[in-house]
Ligand binder design. Structure first.
Ligand SMILES: [Zn+2]
Length: 150
């Protein structure tokens, strides 16, 4: 975004926002408002602002939510699967460990950005934290300070 483009706090005031749509967009790692811009600049590091619509994303407060939901979902999927595998096939303990840790690792790796995007979508749809409609001069000053002058 250029230095002169407007910062959009909380998003365009379009009245009611769909939680389902915002969550789905977030799960696809897209901006909850426009559904086009990417919300992550790295694995789970959220961009300050959407490249497409200018929504300020830095005000999200996902905090410990994504790891909590990731562990909850991965645990409920993988652990029963592993217990059933053990009960029916009695694999060696080394193989159980290898398969369990690999599946858990892959599930966690895939789920963490998905749950984080979904939580950001929920926060945006409900105008929570930095997605409220009020203007925050401190956030704008920090965003302007990080952009190079052209
Ligand atoms: Zn956007």
């Amino acid at each position: 975004m250029s230095n002169n483009s407007p910062l959009i706090y909380g998003g365009h005031d379009d009245g009611r926002r769909s939680v389902r749509s915002a969550m789905w967009r977030g799960m696809k790692k897209r901006c909850p408002q426009c559904g086009k811009g990417h919300i992550f600049k790295s694995y789970t590091k959220v961009k300050d602002q959407c490249d497409e619509c200018g929504l300020v994303l830095s005000g999200h407060e996902a905090d410990d939510g994504p790891p909590y939901f990731t562990m909850l979902i991965a645990g409920h999927l993988i652990i029963p699967l592993m217990l059933e595998w053990k009960r029916h096939f009695h694999p060696p303990i080394g193989l159980q460990l290898l398969v369990s840790l690999t599946l858990l690792g892959l599930a966690i790796w895939w789920l963490l950005p998905v749950t984080k995007g979904a939580l950001i979508g929920v926060q945006w749809a409900n105008r929570m934290h930095g997605f409220s409609d009020h203007h925050d001069d401190d956030v704008e000053a920090s965003l302007r300070a990080e952009e190079p002058l052209r």
